[in-house]
Design a protein around this ligand. Structure first.
Ligand code: GLC
Length: 597
């Protein structure tokens, strides 16, 4: 009896200690400032600013022209100085690099050009020591054709790995059309003569799609995820995750049906079957729920009506998702990602306001204007002409850090880096660009005009040129020959120069991260669009517990008036992107003002 009482007491003692430990760990991740005291449903990933690093282009430490993990490690203090909380790294795993790491041949090793697992451990510790979390890319719609699963699978029809992929036996004839995004002929099927069958690849033929209907595939992936989490990473950004589920009877689709249902976005028709939620729910139960981590869906093909299904906390799937409606604005229909320079600010406001309303009561949104798949935000939504570059860069930073939803900020945007604007195809490296160029060529199109269109268009390499550290050769990115050209404007757009200049876009970004992180209103406050029909100015308020903030952003090259009817005479100016304060009357070109009132 005495023994069992002692045992019971020690169990209670142990439980209370471990709970306490859990409490402290969780609360230490949140801002303890009393201004946050009344906020409900807080989470560290809601209060964070995410900084995306494209490792290939960030910093090269060994002179081979490719960025690497040691390069990132050498810049940890710079990263910390930005005031960001989470770093998302694009794929760093073993890969033959057909699609810059989005074709993975080994999920549990580090890409040779990037370094070793020891380097990764050092990087993770270095980030954690500085209070920064690390999120990796999870690319599991497909792997590389060099992955052991695939090299085995293609050997014979009865190979144990055969069913890890989607096959169509050639004796059944040609399979029904499915899109292959990075193929010149646009086909998502590749004939493999060894076993007289076609395999499915929604991207390039070097990226065969994994068969999620096979429970063994799912278990392999969950095991791999657990091992990364056990190592201490803090989350995953999930590449094209809605695409993992598709109708594998592969029905024939007529052109008419395609036109009616395609809506210019193949993801919604050829992928995203309801099974995606069965898989994500299972992944949550078996892996995610066991760790304090964050998850982000690259919500390809999701709509305002379907996005909540991925992030509704009651459904136990993922935390956040990002949509493509924003980055789809101004893209001319039927032409490869050609931007209409006269994209409409009214549409921009509608898209971001409507998406805010999706998560107004539950779930949580994200906000971004650029990433490794997009042109530079400055060249696209701001203005990279010398007279407007700095103001518009800061204005866009203001937008990203004053909206509701976790901001995802792409490396180099804090410097106001601009599109590559390459003059010839030889300067491009991206597999998608090569395929599109091939399509124009095969169709006898105007190749010169195509290259020209991509200077302001969406060629992904526009956002992938090396980070501009200083004005030295190759922008201080490498001592060797960079894998892709460094933008010549590194002579004056670079971190070293901007660090010294208190009025630079870089220092403005630092001020904005500090402002957001100290403000529950900017993080959690209700968003209301004002002055909806104003074609030049985007104005909105954020509001929480009676505290109000007004944001006014001039998206044009001309002076403009914001018709907000808010009395600012007693307001406090929190930040302004011009050296002389806002007059209270007209906003100057690309002016951004944030008031508490
Ligand atoms: C995602 C990635 C992109 C990649 C594609 C295929 O959209 O962001 O870079 O090419 O998926 O993995």
């Amino acid at each position: 009896m005495k023994n069992s009482i002692i045992l019971l007491l020690s169990v209670i003692f142990f439980m209370s200690c471990s709970n306490q430990k859990k409490e402290t760990v969780v609360s230490s991740k949140l801002n303890k400032d009393s201004t946050f005291a009344n906020v409900k449903d807080r989470a560290w990933w809601k209060e964070a600013v995410v900084y995306q690093i494209y490792p290939r282009s960030f910093k090269d430490s060994d002179g081979d022209g490719v960025g690497d993990l040691k390069g990132i490690i050498s810049k940890l203090d710079y990263i910390k100085s930005l005031g960001i909380d989470i770093v998302w790294l694009n794929p760093i795993y073993g890969s033959p690099n057909a699609d810059n790491g989005y074709d993975i041949s080994d999920y549990e090793s580090i890409m040779k050009e990037f370094g070793t697992m020891d380097d990764f451990n050092t990087l993770l510790k270095g980030m954690h020591d500085r209070g920064i979390k690390v999120v990796l890319d999870l690319v599991v719609n497909h792997c590389s054709d060099q992955h052991k699963w695939f090299t085995e699978a293609r050997k014979s029809r009865d190979n144990p790995y055969r069913n890890y992929f989607h096959w169509w036996p050639a004796e059944k004839g040609k399979p029904a059309f499915r899109p292959g995004s990075f193929e010149v002929d646009g086909s998502g099927w590749r004939f493999d003569s060894l076993t007289n069958a076609y395999y499915l690849h929604y991207f390039s033929y070097k990226q065969p799609d994994l068969n999620w209907e096979n429970p063994k595939v799912r278990q392999e992936i969950y095991g791999m995820m657990r091992r990364w989490f056990d190592k201490g990473i803090d989350g995953f950004r999930m590449d094209v995750i809605p695409v993992i589920a598709k109708d594998t009877t592969f029905p024939v689709i007529t052109q008419k049906e395609l036109d009616e249902k395609f809506r210019g976005d193949w993801f919604t028709y050829f992928a995203s079957t309801p099974a995606v939620h069965t898989y994500l729910h299972e992944m949550n139960k078996e892996v995610l729920s066991k760790y304090d981590v964050m998850t982000l869906a690259e919500g390809a093909g999701t709509t305002k009506a379907t996005a909540m299904n991925f992030v509704d906390p009651d459904r136990h799937e993922l935390n956040m998702s990002y949509h493509f409606d924003g980055v789809g604005i101004g893209i001319e229909k039927g032409r490869y990602k050609v931007m209409n320079p006269n994209w409409s600010l009214l549409e921009f406001k509608t898209v971001y306001s409507d998406w805010d309303s999706v998560f107004a009561n539950k779930g949580w949104g994200t906000i971004y204007l650029g990433n490794h798949d997009q042109p530079r935000m400055l060249s696209r939504w701001g203005n990279d002409a010398p007279e407007f570059r700095e103001a518009s860069s800061k204005m866009l930073t203001t937008f990203l850090l004053t909206m509701r939803g976790t901001p995802y900020y792409y490396n180099g945007d804090e410097l106001g880096m601009t599109n590559a604007k390459f003059d010839k195809i030889e300067d491009y490296r991206d597999i998608e660009m090569m395929a599109e160029y091939g399509k124009v060529k095969n169709a006898g199109g105007d190749l010169k005009a195509f290259i020209e269109s991509q200077k302001t268009g969406c060629a992904r390499d526009n956002g992938r040129t090396p980070f501009q550290w200083d004005s030295s050769a190759h922008g201080g990115f490498t001592t060797g020959t960079p894998w892709i050209k460094v933008n010549d404007n590194h002579a004056y757009i670079n971190a070293a120069a901007e660090d010294k200049d208190p009025a630079s876009p870089l220092n403005y970004f630092r001020k904005m991260t500090a402002l957001r992180k100290s403000s529950p209103v900017l993080i959690y406050g209700k968003y209301t669009l004002l002055d909806k029909e104003n074609p030049q100015v985007y104005s909105y308020t954020r509001e929480l517990d009676g505290k109000k903030i007004l944001v006014m952003l001039n998206f044009s090259t001309k002076n403009a008036t914001a018709n907000t009817v808010i009395d600012l005479s007693k307001g406090k100016l929190l930040i302004n992107n011009y050296a002389t304060p806002y007059s209270g009357k007209e906003l100057r070109p690309y002016e951004a003002v944030v008031y508490q009132y």
